[in-house]
Ligand binder design. Structure first.
Ligand SMILES: NC(=O)c1ccc[n+]([C@@H]2O[C@H](COP(=O)([O-])OP(=O)(O)OC[C@H]3O[C@@H](n4cnc5c(N)ncnc54)[C@H](OP(=O)(O)O)[C@@H]3O)[C@@H](O)[C@H]2O)c1
Length: 327
């Protein structure tokens, strides 16, 4: 496992990390979480991602209980959580980054995670109704109080990130240091084009999510929706169109010869492709069972074997030659 600086900060994250969205509580209880986190940690993962909203707070509870059982030295790993959607359907508690919500939110997350601090706290989405200045001050205070060490954004527009960095610089406050955007073979434009400015001007890092496009890039949906898969879960019908899209499935299929040549699985190839982007600090992987963790962690060994020629062939499948050149 390689470790990459999170943007221009001194902290280094494992190039592959592990997150709990969908899986913890819904598909994985505490013992399954212990097993998967342990497999990831043994493979060199030092960063575990969570969010307040995942499973309505239960995902943090599962991770907290798992960490307690695992008993790792706290300084040997990083934990993140994210705030925005909230846990209660109340005027000041939903879809907001107001000061009260952020500060109450971090207290709740720390209680559920049974931790004194998180290493990274993300604003899970931008909030168009709260002044960015209010959010920047609240995140600064949370860091000053030792409840988080760094803060970041998730799916913010480049202009919003720039505004937050500039406000922080003007007032000598802790700046956000990393974005958490989607990045996979199907979703790459924003990451590659829009964010370039924030990587270069602000030294922003990135912890990218959904490297398998919710499992589609593993090839598991080639013959329909398997019973034991994310798209078959209650409440995930919204994924059906995505995982049964013929064009997307054809592209996944076209990757198969490349995976065979490299003697790896489609999942390993898709994750390895994300690792090739130098602006990626860490690829957050997800898994519903431990075998997937073992498989996915090997992507680190595949990445160095993706030559420019192979990357070009992959580009031709997913975006075509002209767009690849523009990127
Ligand atoms: N900031 C945000 O807004 C945001 C949004 C989404 C995710 N995230 C973070 O990023 C993490 C990863 O996202 P993700 O879970 O969407 O990642 P993903 O890699 O796109 O999908 C992971 C899912 O694919 C399936 N899978 C994984 N490895 C597989 C393999 N080797 N073979 C077959 N199926 C496999 C599993 O689902 P099944 O086995 O159930 O099919 C697994 O739960 C999340 O846990 C979360 O921490 C952040």
């Amino acid at each position: 496992m390689e470790y990459r600086h999170l943007g221009k900060t001194g902290i280094r994250v494992s190039e592959l990390s592990f997150g709990s969205w969908v899986t913890f509580h819904n598909q994985a209880d505490v013992s399954a979480a212990v097993e998967m986190m342990s497999a990831a940690y043994d493979a060199g993962v030092n960063f575990f991602d969570n969010a307040e909203v995942y499973a309505g707070g239960k995902s943090e509870e599962v991770m907290g209980a798992a960490l307690k059982q695992l008993g790792w030295r706290r300084s040997s790993y990083l934990v993140s959580t994210k705030i925005y959607w909230g846990l209660h359907d109340n005027v000041n508690e939903k879809n907001t980054l107001n000061r009260k919500r952020l500060i109450e939110g971090i207290h709740g997350s720390l209680e559920r995670l049974q931790l004194e601090y998180v290493d990274i706290l993300y604003c899970h989405r931008p909030d168009k109704t709260t002044p960015i200045e209010e959010t920047v001050w609240a995140m600064h205070n949370i860091i000053e109080w030792g409840k988080a060490f760094y803060w970041g954004t998730s799916e913010w527009a480049a202009a919003e990130i720039a505004a937050a960095c500039e406000i922080a610089e003007r007032h000598h406050l802790h700046k956000p240091i990393t974005e958490q955007p989607i990045y996979n073979l199907f979703e790459r434009q924003r990451f590659s084009r829009d964010y370039e400015r924030v990587y270069k001007e602000y030294g922003y890092g990135t912890t990218t999510f959904s490297p398998l496009a919710s499992g589609l890039l593993s090839g598991k949906y080639s013959k329909g929706i398997p019973e034991a898969s994310r798209a078959a879960l209650d409440g995930y019908d919204w994924l059906h169109d995505h995982v049964t899209d013929r064009q997307k499935l054809a592209r996944v299929q076209a990757l198969e010869p490349i995976a065979s040549e490299l003697n790896c699985t489609l999942s390993q190839l898709a994750i390895a492709w994300c690792l090739k982007n130098p602006f990626v600090s860490s690829v957050i992987t997800g898994a519903s069972r431990v075998e997937q963790v073992h498989e996915n962690m090997k992507a680190s060994e595949i990445a160095p074997r993706l030559t420019p020629e192979i990357l070009k062939r992959i580009d031709n499948i997913f975006i075509g030659e002209k767009e690849a050149e523009e990127e």
